[in-house]
Ligand binder design. Structure first.
Ligand code: MRU
Length: 344
């Protein structure tokens, strides 16, 4: 790895290696896991997070189940089941596990470990290529000198390489477009302030962090030229689940005629789910809202509600940038075409 480079997920010496995102930006700590249960816990606790990275971590977790276990087949089955219960919204997790299951069913026991490992690395390869292509296609949508607002972290920390929404911004920056980024802090876990800012700083891209409630003010002053976000699951009609607060941004962008773009690999598309109302929305512990890094922020005994994602209706999305092309409204038609393998 080049200096300053990082890997959200890796597999070395029969161990899954994860950059602990809960400690960023204060510490760059890599954790090593030798069991799938540890990987499952790391996903639930968001030590690794972001839809594609969750899928890759889970895939490598399944690999561990086939290594040095008494009954590898049974253990792989348990891993597939256990890992599927970690986080419900990002469809990349379920797609990755389905692929691992297919491989496990197709090979004999002696080939289980190498075959699963090969499949997990193939997914890494595909994600790397998807990030690159999304970056290229998406950068075409970003005018020179644009002020781009992004939410949460859809960077390399959330995938493996360049990132999706942040990959577009990085690519535009590398092309010399002179972009500036408004980074939504992204309450309650501050993926924007902690993680996106960390990645932008490494790339030397100018940015300023704003509290989530400041976006409307900036848009009303024409300080935002585009909004670019990632996705956790995109339904067949284009409705898009992403980090809580994304929907608010989309409504604001619509009110102020700011283009609202979603960047996502095809592995984030879920054509089997018709519309956003059927996307399962993860609800996390109220403690994440009531305290931060162990410091209580509300009166003892306060209640809190903590949905981790919301759904942006397709009608508010100007385009979805995928590795296979840029889907413009009507999004349902474009998604259908892309899954038929048609060029768009
Ligand atoms: O709860 P998180 O941090 O896993 O949520 C992440 C997001 O919402 C990202 O925007 C999404 O996964 C896209 S990552 C390329």
């Amino acid at each position: 790895m080049k200096e300053g480079a990082f890997r959200s997920v890796d597999f070395r010496n029969d161990r899954v290696v994860i950059l602990d995102q809960t400690r960023l930006p204060r510490e760059e700590t890599y954790l090593e896991f030798s069991t799938w249960q540890e990987v499952a816990r790391a996903i639930s606790e968001m030590k690794v997070r972001g839809a594609p990275a969750i899928g890759l971590a889970a895939a490598f977790g399944v690999v561990l189940a086939a290594k040095d276990t008494l009954d590898p087949r049974a253990e792989v089955r348990r891993a597939l089941e256990g890992l599927s219960r970690t986080r419900p919204t990002a469809v990349n997790l379920f797609r990755a596990l389905a692929r691992m299951e297919q491989v496990a069913l197709a090979v004999d026991e002696t080939s289980l470990y190498p075959a699963l490992l090969k499949e997990a690395w193939a997914m890494v390869q595909e994600q790397t290529e998807a990030d690159r292509r999304i970056g290229e296609l998406g950068a075409e949508l970003i005018p020179s000198g644009a002020k781009v607002l992004t939410h949460c972290n859809a960077g390399g920390l959330a995938t493996y390489a360049l990132g999706t929404a942040l990959g577009i911004i990085k690519t535009a920056h590398r092309q010399g477009k002179g972009v500036f980024v408004w980074v939504d802090e992204t309450r309650p876990l501050l993926q924007g302030a902690r993680l996106t800012a960390w990645e932008l700083q490494k790339e030397g891209i100018p940015y300023a962090i704003i509290c989530d409630g400041m976006a409307g003010h900036l848009m009303s002053r024409r300080e935002v030229d585009a909004v670019v976000v990632g996705a956790d699951r995109i339904a067949a009609n284009g409705d898009t689940a992403n980090k809580i607060g994304t929907y608010t941004l989309a409504v604001l962008a619509d009110r102020h005629r700011v283009p609202f773009y979603v960047a996502a690999p095809l592995s984030t598309m879920d054509p089997a789910t018709g519309s956003g109302e059927h996307i399962p929305i993860e609800e996390r512990e109220p403690s994440e809202v009531l305290s931060f890094m162990g410091v209580e922020m509300a009166p003892a005994g306060s209640q809190a509600f903590n949905p981790a994602f919301d759904v942006t209706p397709a009608e508010l999305i100007a385009a979805i940038v995928t590795e296979a092309g840029v889907i413009r409204p009507p999004l349902d038609k474009g998604i259908e075409q892309i899954f038929k393998g048609e060029v768009i």
